[in-house]
Design a protein around this ligand. Structure first.
Ligand code: 13P
Length: 344
C-alpha cells in the first residue's frame, strides 16, 4: 500500500475536486434492466451500452463530473466509434471507476438482513480492473431500518467486509469508495436514522483503522441523515443538512478527503438541495460532494426512452443535473437557478 500512497491520495482528492462529483453508472444488469424497462426499452448489452455512451459523451460533463463508476460489463464496452469507455473517459479528464462487490446477499442467521459479497478472488479482479484503467472502486454495504433492524451483527459484518475490500483496493493502487448505505426506506424518524447512521459509521471507521486502510486514500459514500420516506413527520432541508453534518463532524476523521453522498431514491431536486444546504453550512474538514446514480440519470433516461432522435435532449437533461449539483458544491444552488438552467 505504501508504494501507492501518493497516487491514492491524489486520486481521492481528484475524485472530490471542487465543483465536481461522481456519476454512479454501475447498475448491475438486473438493476439496469429495471431502469430501462421503466421507459419501455428492452435491456440488451447494446441498449445498456447506448445509454451509458450517451451519458459519458455528453459534452462538457467533465466540468462537473470527476469520475464515473462502471459495472463489469460497462468497463469492457466502447463508444460508438470503438474507443474503450475507460480510455474515452480518461481522455476527457474523468477518472474511470468500477463497482467490485457482487451484491447484497441474505445474511445467514439474520432474517431480512444482508451482507455484501465479493471478497473471494477480489485481489485478482482488482488487478484486472487496474489494467483496464480503473483507478477507484465501489463497494456498497446495505443497512435496513425497521422496528427490529438492523442487528449489531449485520452492521459489524458489513463494516468488516467494507474494510477488507478497502485494504485490498489500496494494495492494488485503487481508491476504495466506502459506501455504508443506511436505507432511507421505511417509517422511521430522522432521529432513528441518525442513531443507526451513528452506529454504522462508528463500526466502519473502527474497522478501517484496524485493517490499516489509509484514510487519506478513500472516499466515503454515505446516506444523508433523513426521515424514512414513509415517516409522516418529514424533516426539512435545513434540518437534514444540520443533523447530517453534526453527526459526521463527530465521526468522520479529518484525514478523509471527501464525502460523496448517495442519492438513495430522493427526487433529483431534493438531492441537490440537501447537498447545497450542507455546503452552505460548510466549516467541515472534508469536501462535501455527490456520487449520484438515480438523481443524475432519471431525467436523461426518461427523455431518451431509447430513441436516437432524443439523444441530444437527454444529454442536455443530464448536463443540467450535473451543473445543478456542481453549483450545490459551492452552495450556489436555488430553485431559481434550477429553473433558469433547465434546458428548453
Ligand atoms: P443512488 O444515488 O441512486 O442511490 O445510487 C448511488 C449508488 O451508487 C448506490 O450504490
Amino acid at each position: 500500500m505504501t508504494q501507492h500512497k501518493q497516487a491514492l491520495e491524489s486520486t481521492a482528492r481528484e475524485m472530490v475536486a471542487a465543483g465536481k462529483g461522481i456519476l454512479a453508472a454501475d447498475e448491475s444488469n438486473r438493476t439496469m434492466t429495471k431502469r430501462l424497462e421503466s421507459v419501455d426499452v428492452e435491456s440488451t448489452e447494446e441498449s445498456r451500452r447506448r445509454f451509458r455512451d450517451l451519458l459519458f459523451s455528453t459534452s462538457d460533463a467533465e466540468e462537473h463530473i470527476s469520475g464515473v463508476i462502471m459495472y463489469d460489463e460497462t468497463i469492457r464496452q466502447s463508444t460508438a466509434d470503438g474507443t474503450p469507455f475507460p480510455e474515452f473517459l480518461r481522455s476527457r479528464g474523468i477518472i474511470p471507476g468500477i463497482k467490485v462487490d457482487t451484491g447484497a446477499k441474505p445474511l445467514a442467521g439474520a432474517e431480512g438482513e444482508t451482507i455484501t459479497e465479493g471478497l473471494d478472488g477480489l485481489r485478482e479482479r482488482l488487478a484486472e480492473y487496474h489494467e483496464l484503467g480503473a483507478r477507484f472502486a465501489k463497494w456498497r454495504g446495505v443497512i435496513e431500518i425497521d422496528e427490529r433492524h438492523p442487528s449489531r451483527y449485520c452492521v459489524a459484518t458489513n463494516a468488516h467486509a467494507l474494510a477488507r475490500y478497502g485494504a485490498l483496493c489500496q494494495e492494488a493502487g485503487i481508491v476504495p469508495i466506502i459506501e455504508p448505505e443506511v436505507l432511507m426506506d421505511g417509517e422511521h424518524t430522522i432521529g432513528r436514522a441518525e442513531k443507526i447512521t451513528d452506529a454504522t459509521l462508528r463500526a466502519v471507521f473502527a474497522e478501517l483503522l484496524d485493517q490499516r486502510v489509509l484514510l487519506e486514500g478513500i472516499v466515503l459514500k454515505p446516506n444523508m441523515v433523513m426521515s424514512g420516506y414513509e415517516c409522516p413527520q418529514q424533516a426539512g432541508v435545513e434540518e437534514v443538512a444540520q443533523r447530517t453534518l453534526s453527526l459526521f463532524r463527530r465521526l468522520v476523521p479529518a484525514a478523509v478527503p471527501g464525502i460523496a453522498f448517495l442519492s438513495g431514491g430522493q427526487s433529483d431536486e431534493l438531492a441537490t438541495a440537501h447537498l447545497n444546504a450542507m455546503n452552505q453550512i460548510g466549516d467541515v474538514p472534508w469536501e462535501l460532494s455527490f456520487s449520484y446514480g438515480r438523481a443524475l440519470q432519471a431525467a436523461p433516461l426518461k427523455v431518451w426512452s431509447g430513441q436516437e432522435s432524443n439523444v441530444a435532449a437527454a444529454q442536455a437533461a443530464y448536463a443540467h443535473r450535473a451543473r445543478c449539483n456542481g453549483e450545490a458544491r459551492f452552495g450556489r444552488y436555488s430553485e431559481k437557478l434550477e429553473q433558469a438552467l433547465t434546458p428548453a
